[in-house]
Write a protein that binds this ligand. Structure first.
Ligand code: C2O
Ligand code: CU
Ligand code: CU
Length: 468
């Protein structure tokens, strides 16, 4: 494991050799010398829209004794001692002000996954210095979009997220569909040893597959029991916070309705009976109605992402249907208008190749355009981006772009079944996806990477500047 530190007084090497490190450990990027100026500016510019509020939240990542299963506690890390951390709820136009106190034994930062906020608030080591143990830091930004998002550290992710540092963010808009109830389900898994403690990062096959633990969690509890009232239709906001697990979710094999994805509501509801959540993905579902007494199994159906470990169907929770309650749920036939940014014939202006190569030291190194921690070309504010993202490897990778929603134009020549805004897109082996996104006026340092945390740490990422 190599730990390379960069010159903190300038942006790290933009030359041909990128970071020049070769480790699977966390890579320390350098924050720019003008990072503090950008931060102060962004913080002062965050003013709530008329009629909106400043939502203040205190978050303290710290060690905690957490019961993943009743009666057995594990040394975990949680925001405010909870796994997941508290769900942050706000409205579009509100300002979120988060006071972070780092009570971990190591440095951290928080990334606001999916939020379209200024670069200075993105929480990566490209835009801020690590928050050292005992230090505090305030994130402050306006919430521009409705949807289900999440927060997690952007430092030593394979350890910090695995131990329980993640939480959901719910941002509500003015025209939300009216359902009977709402719940947030954060999916994760942990790998526990025989004493019931979280295993330290593993060896080569975990570097390859990503960590997939056999203790399967919903909202920090192993295979919990949930209940729903008969006759009601609920809105489920689901986040996959796993390091590497793909969840092809089934609710007792019954149909449900997809109403939203990463960037909020899709254009029109789609009925299906299973939905794939790659790591970092979110979906919003309308679930129900069911009949009293039904018992449904929430499972991750077998999905072969071409790992060394065999894929199989696994149980996550049990849903029991209780006594009936009246329903006022109605799902409109159209949820919102999403104007396409590009068509199948729009010429791409960039290629991103997700790759892997054999490594004597690490078995496999993960790359973008053939280098680990690729330094990509700048992007100009206002210039439409049409990117062809290639998965050149023999396994799946969830591609995540920081800070900007994109549209999926096509995957292997095929247009998606619905229109949506995304920040994470799964790429099957040997596939190509064309995505389109518009860089609005938020200059600064941004990144994209595979959200299998071990692959990200192993170098499957690129960073680039958005310039005016
Ligand atoms: Cu959840 Cu860099 O990402
Ligand atoms: Cu990098
Ligand atoms: Cu990957």
């Amino acid at each position: 494991m190599s730990h390379e530190s960069h010159d903190h007084h300038g942006i790290h090497d933009r030359g041909a050799h990128g970071h020049g490190h070769g480790g699977h450990g966390s890579v320390v990027h350098g924050a720019r010398a003008d990072a503090a100026v950008g931060y102060t500016h962004a913080s002062e510019a965050a003013i709530p829209e008329p009629g909106c509020a400043v939502v203040r939240v205190d978050l303290e990542p710290r060690e905690t004794d957490w019961e993943f299963m009743p009666g057995h506690s594990t040394r975990a890390w949680g925001f405010n001692g909870q796994v997941p951390g508290p769900t942050i709820e706000a409205h579009v136009g509100d300002v979120l002000e988060v006071h972070l106190k780092n009570s971990l034994p190591e440095p951290t930062t928080i990334h606001w996954h999916g939020l379209q906020i200024p670069a200075a608030m993105d929480g990566t080591d490209m835009v801020q210095h690590p928050i050292m143990p005992g230090e505090t830091f305030t994130y402050r930004f306006k919430l521009p979009d409705a949807g289900t998002f999440w927060y997690h550290p952007h430092m030593n992710e394979t350890v910090q997220l695995e131990r329980g540092l993640y939480g959901a963010i719910v941002v509500r808009g003015p025209d939300e569909p009216e359902l009977d109830a709402e719940r947030v389900l954060v999916i994760d898994d942990v790998a526990l040893d025989r004493q019931g403690e979280i295993k330290p990062p593993g060896w080569w096959f975990e570097q390859h597959d990503g960590r997939q633990g056999s203790t399967r969690l919903i909202n920090g509890r192993q295979e919990p029991e949930l209940t729903i009232a008969a006759g009601q239709v609920e809105r489920w906001r689901i986040v996959n916070a796993s390091s590497a697990r793909y969840v092809r979710l089934s609710i007792g094999e019954k149909p449900f309705t997809l109403i939203g994805t990463d960037g909020g509501l899709i254009d029109a509801p789609v009925t299906m009976s299973d939905v794939l959540l790659a790591p970092a993905d979110r979906v919003e579902l309308a679930v129900g109605p069911f009949a009293e007494g039904e018992v449904l199994s929430l499972d991750a159906l077998r999905y072969d992402r071409k790992t060394i470990a065999r894929a199989r169907t696994e149980h996550f929770a049990t849903l029991r249907v209780g006594p009936a309650a009246p329903s006022r749920a109605r799902i409109p036939a159209r949820l919102r208008d999403i104007e396409p940014l590009a068509t199948k014939t729009s010429p791409p202006n960039r290629e991103v190749h997700l790759g892997a190569k054999m490594s004597v030291r690490h078995f496999v190194d993960f790359t973008v355009n053939d280098e680990q921690h690729h330094r990509d070309k700048p992007v100009k504010v206002g210039e439409l981006q049409v990117w062809d993202v290639f998965n050149d490897t023999m396994m799946d990778h969830p591609f995540h772009l920081h800070g900007f929603f994109f549209q999926v134009v096509e995957v292997n020549g095929e247009e998606p079944a619905f229109r949506s805004w995304e920040d994470t897109l799964n790429l099957p082996p040997k596939s190509r996806a064309r995505i389109a996104w518009m860089p609005d006026d938020r200059p600064g340092e941004w990144m994209y990477h595979c959200h299998i945390l071990e692959h990200h740490a192993g170098g499957m990422m690129g960073h680039f500047e958005v310039v005016r």
